[in-house]
Write a protein that binds this ligand. Structure first.
Ligand code: GUN
Length: 313
């Protein structure tokens, strides 16, 4: 049914580490990329850096701003604040009702911009419809924009001089690096072109030397694109939309999606059961990209605090 090209041998000087895909009775079973384990190592490193900085009199601080009652956003924000505390960072959560005006929200951002105890500011998205999220993001001081969403940070990333890399794509790059996935000359296909994930993901892969295809919801014959990918990153928000038939044998598959399936369980944008029979390595949901996003938020916050401390030393 599917006309796969067999995967070639690993390319480049840096073949994947580990056991690679295992053969079981003719089926390929992908190596699982463990985001929990990698994020724990990164958070330990952040905790050490936070301790050093705190010893110098600068405790790294993150402000997380949440507007409204969206249950998923509440969980994300709670997890972000808890991870900060665990790593020894100072963090505050500011929660405002859904009917807050744009002007009021902007005045809170202005106050946080001025607060020397706060090195990173994150406004959880999406915001209520009556608030222009672009305006809010542009109001965050670029040097405190730990999400990397401010246009000046997007521009710096695009021109190869990033100040902050957006947390989710940054986490994906760390996973690829820790797995020893060769990117120079690799075919990388990103499905989903959001400002938060897809576009910055494409930039980071491009800068790492991959040939990048960025697909969107209008892409014709998506499978023809995804089947070319040595590295496939899926960030569509559509449960299980990429299945094993859309994956090149031996490919590295990164699933950015977190969806609630009809069975009530969490599932990704990739159909794990079929894709893991074809891929060489794959991220699970949960326990894949999700924990990496939080780890990289902590990395960006500590970097912001280190830069601020350096500037004032
Ligand atoms: N909503 C979904 N993902 C993100 C993220 O990475 N940062 C923020 N601020 N909001 C989000």
């Amino acid at each position: 049914m599917h006309d796969f090209e067999p995967a070639g041998p690993p390319q480049g000087p840096n073949p994947p580490r580990g056991n690679g895909a295992q053969r079981h009775g003719g089926n390929m079973t992908a190596r699982i990329i463990d985001g929990n384990a990698l994020s724990a190592r990164i958070r330990e490193d952040v905790a050490e850096r936070a301790q050093k900085l705190t010893g110098r009199g600068v405790r790294p601080g993150l402000a997380v701003v949440l507007v409204g009652e969206d249950p998923a956003s509440q969980v994300y924000v709670r997890n972000k604040v808890a991870a900060c505390e665990k790593a020894g960072l100072y963090s505050i959560k500011e929660q405002y009702p859904a009917h807050i005006t744009e002007a009021e929200l902007l005045s809170h951002i202005a106050r946080l911009n001025q607060d020397p105890a706060i090195h990173g500011i994150l406004v959880q998205l999406p915001l209520p419809k009556h608030i222009d999220s672009h305006k809010v993001i542009e109001a965050i001081a670029a040097e405190k924009d730990v999400d990397g969403f401010h246009i000046s940070n997007a521009g710096l990333l695009m021109t190869g001089q990033p100040l902050f890399r957006p947390c989710t794509p940054y986490g994906v790059m760390k996973m690829l690096e820790s797995e020893g996935v060769p990117l120079r000359g690799a075919e990388a296909v990103v499905v989903g072109a959001s400002n938060i994930v897809g576009k910055p993901m494409a930039m980071l892969l491009l800068q790492a030397g991959a040939t990048v295809t960025l697909c969107n919801s209008k892409t014709r014959d998506l499978g023809a694109q995804t089947r070319r990918a040595d590295v496939l990153v899926v960030a569509t928000g559509r449960p299980r939309m990429v299945d094993g038939g859309m994956v090149k044998p031996g490919a590295v598959v990164i699933d950015v999606g977190i969806n609630r399936g009809e069975d009530g369980k969490l599932c990704g944008d990739v159909d794990f059961a079929s894709a893991s029979q074809v891929a060489g390595a794959i991220t699970p949901v949960p326990g894949g990209v999700g924990p990496m996003t939080i780890a990289m938020l902590l990395v960006n916050t500590i970097e912001a605090a280190e830069r601020a401390a350096g500037a004032t030393a």
